[in-house]
Design a protein around this ligand. Structure first.
Ligand SMILES: *Cc1c(COP(=O)(O)O)cnc(C)c1O
Length: 386
């Protein structure tokens, strides 16, 4: 018998009645696109993330692209981001014609290294070819980046800050969500993320109402929004007035309805994930190079529980033989992937990123991982030894 890596079925069993009812309501209403559940969910999501506003969209990748578009980031602009992340983080930068600059991560939290960020910005300025504009910090594996340090650098250098919280939505640092420091926080509702729907979805959280309006325009083909219409009269329906080149990136009403039910139990699920993480930390002592370190004052939502082992592939095979699934995030850092290899890197390269790609291994992690299954995983790892 093999166990699931992420058990979405256990969660579904808990709230299946509510989800069925929520979906049925959307089917009955006929409001499949931008139905009332979309705005209801956006309001609830904003409240959860300590934001004034949330804008839902089609996925967590578009969620990073939308603020770049709204800020007119483009050719000649440098966007600093980690390479030790999912492809979506750097991918959106060339979409708008700008250049990603890869920055190394800290060896304990795997999140953006503020000192390396400073060096990368200085390098770009010294070279004089690109203009530093934006930093994308990633809340990798569910824990907040070092926002106080990163925000101080952004303020000093006049840079916008995006918190890519696709894995970390719900995480906090000193009781604050990433948006406390960032201009926007983005997230993904891909099913396997801590807060996932049953398909694709994403959102951008912000406290800036003007930015929200602009992103609302970009998510619907550059439609005219409030400020575009102010003081004007029209002899046609302004619904078909397009004031910028946008895209089609809406969250389906059905997914919003599902997410309303999932968000209702999300705080409890974060607490359950912490219980699982604590049991791993206790049980794995001495059997691995390291169990995850969380930044001081931070609360992780444990999107992944990532350990390091000297014989990572041997351990993965040993666990697989016992029906225990694992995954490697990320085996090939973005800066060495062919389409990204020519983009600039911060001074000193990315030695930490490259080393971590060889040793990291993600273990089964979800709120419903029972004690017996977890003990089986711990015993199997202990049996192999460090
Ligand atoms: C999943 C993920 C995204 C993108 O989300 P999608 O909804 O799959 O487009 C962006 N950044 C990170 C770090 C992610 O893990």
């Amino acid at each position: 018998m093999s166990m699931p890596f992420i058990d979405l079925a256990a969660q579904q069993r808990r709230i299946r009645d509510k989800i069925d009812a929520a979906i049925a309501k959307v089917l009955d209403s006929g409001a499949y696109v931008m139905g009332p559940q979309v705005r209801e969910f956006e309001a609830k999501l904003a409240e959860f993330g300590q934001a004034k506003l949330a804008l839902s969209c089609a996925n967590g990748t578009d969620a990073i692209a939308l603020p770049l578009m709204a800020w007119n980031i483009g050719p000649g602009d440098a966007v600093f981001c980690p390479s030790f992340t999912f492809a979506a983080t750097p991918e959106v930068v060339p979409w708008v014609g700008a250049t990603p600059v890869f920055v190394d991560v800290l060896p304990d939290t795997y999140n953006l290294d503020p000192a390396k960020l400073e060096a990368a910005i200085a390098g770009v300025k010294a070279e004089g070819k690109l203009t530093p504009k934006v930093v994308i910090a990633v809340d990798l594996f569910g824990q907040p980046a070092d926002y106080p340090a990163i925000k101080a650098i952004c303020d000093r250098e006049g840079l916008k800050l995006i918190a890519d919280s696709a894995q970390g939505f719900g995480c906090t640092l000193n009781g604050q969500h990433p948006l406390h420091w960032a201009d926007v926080a983005t997230t993904s509702f891909f099913p396997a993320k801590p807060l996932g729907c049953y398909g694709d979805g994403g959102a951008v959280l912000t406290n800036d109402a003007t930015l929200w309006d602009l992103m609302d325009s970009y998510r619907v083909h550059g439609k005219a929004v409030g400020p575009d219409l102010a003081g004007k009269t029209f002899d046609h329906d302004p619904k078909y007035l397009n004031t910028r080149i946008g895209m089609n990136s809406r969250l389906d009403t059905i997914q919003a309805a599902i997410l309303i039910e999932k968000l209702a139990i999300f705080a409890e699920e974060i607490a359950l994930r912490q219980v699982v993480a604590d049991r791993y930390a206790q049980g794995l002592k001495g059997a691995v190079i390291s169990t995850p370190a969380v930044i001081k004052g931070g609360v992780s939502v444990w999107a992944q529980y990532v350990i390091e082992h000297r014989d990572r592939d041997g351990l993965a095979a040993h666990l697989k033989a016992q029906g225990i699934p694992t995954a490697v995030y990320y085996p090939v850092p973005m800066h060495v992937q062919a389409p990204y290899a020519a983009f600039p890197r911060g001074a000193g390269g990315l030695p930490v990123t490259e080393a971590k790609a060889e040793t990291v291994l993600a273990l089964p992690m979800h709120p419903y991982l029972g004690e017996a299954d977890q003990q089986k995983i711990i015993d199997a790892i202990q049996a192999l030894g460090a």
